[in-house]
Ligand binder design. Structure first.
Ligand code: KIV
Length: 300
């Protein structure tokens, strides 16, 4: 009998937690791996109910829920609050905590300390960092050496998008694509358990996939990767505008939210809300006593 603990969810009582061996097995079998971002308890519950494999508390929280126009301002303390909320909503998906800009680049010690805080205080199981050049690969190796699995991230790495020339597809020249290949291989060599490929031409991804042994999750990198990730707010339309070209929108919740809050405002202004069904009752005798008491005490 297996000694592995089983978690039971209301949606799928038989589903086992995602483990690293399970991810590698999915890659081997060619079973697509599903990943979404989440930033709070309700988004985590939606990911759990959908039975996704991986949930990332992305530093995209900076733009999706904190209102910044870039990912760089988000702090480790912000990420810890969000990660704890997501943790409370998840049973079975593997929880990945994104290391925010400035929290791992300075030294291996800083990277290990940050990753440990994400695990101990945030409750995630693994962490993700951006970039595959020499320094990020060294940080990944250091964190893996400290016992925390790391997911790498190459292609468009939003934390360093200024240096990359903006939020745009990467690897569109042979030299740039070869650089992405070298970074992906460096991260694999550093011990990363998986990689994110972001905003890379599909044909380039197809060329690179044959080189990579670990699972690759794509976002705007075509269909050849082992899995796909989308940002929760992009796929559900909780945003203004359509977002990047690679986003497929499955709902338009921003419009639903606007409509719902607008209808509430109209109801309040027209005195349609609250109705009798939204109010509490009181025993008429108690009410009569209160009226007498108020009259005695305050007159009128
Ligand atoms: O922060 C994030 O949401 C990400 C995904 C785009 C992979 O890094």
């Amino acid at each position: 009998m297996s000694s592995q603990p089983t978690f039971r969810t209301p949606t799928d009582p038989g589903r086992l937690p995602t483990t690293l061996p399970l991810l590698h097995e999915k890659k081997r079998l060619g079973e697509p791996i599903v990943m979404v971002t989440a930033y709070d308890y309700p988004s985590a519950r939606a990911a759990e109910a959908a039975g996704v494999d991986l949930v990332l508390v992305g530093d995209s929280a900076a733009t999706t829920v904190l209102g910044y126009n870039a990912t760089t301002p988000v702090e480790l303390t912000d990420m810890l609050v969000l990660t704890r909320a997501v943790r409370r909503g998840l049973n079975t998906p593997l929880l990945i905590g994104d290391l925010p800009f400035g929290s791992y680049e300075v030294s291996d010690e800083q990277a290990i300390t940050t990753a440990m805080r994400m695990v101990k205080e945030g409750g995630c199981e693994v962490v993700k960092l951006e970039g595959g050049a020499e320094a990020p690969a060294r940080r990944a190796r250091a964190i893996v050496g400290a016992g925390i699995p790391v997911m790498g991230h190459v292609g468009l790495t939003p934390q360093t998008s200024t240096a990359l020339g903006g939020w745009k597809a990467q690897g569109r020249t042979a030299a740039a694509a070869a650089r992405i290949a070298a970074e992906a291989l460096a991260l694999q060599d550093a011990g990363c358990f998986a990689l994110v490929f972001e905003a890379i031409p599909a044909a380039v991804t197809e060329e690179l996939m044959g080189l990579i042994e670990i699972p690759v999750i794509g976002i705007g990198a075509g269909a050849a990767t082992d899995g796909q990730v989308l940002v929760f707010h992009d796929l559900l339309g909780i945003r203004d505008g359509l977002g990047p070209r690679f986003v497929k929108r499955y709902a338009n919740l921003q419009q639903e939210m606007n409509d719902g809050v607008g209808a509430f405002a109209e109801d309040v202004r027209a005195r349609r809300y609250p109705g009798p069904e939204h109010t509490y009752s009181v025993d008429p005798a108690e009410l009569a006593e209160l009226q007498e008491l108020l009259a005695d005490r305050y007159g009128g």
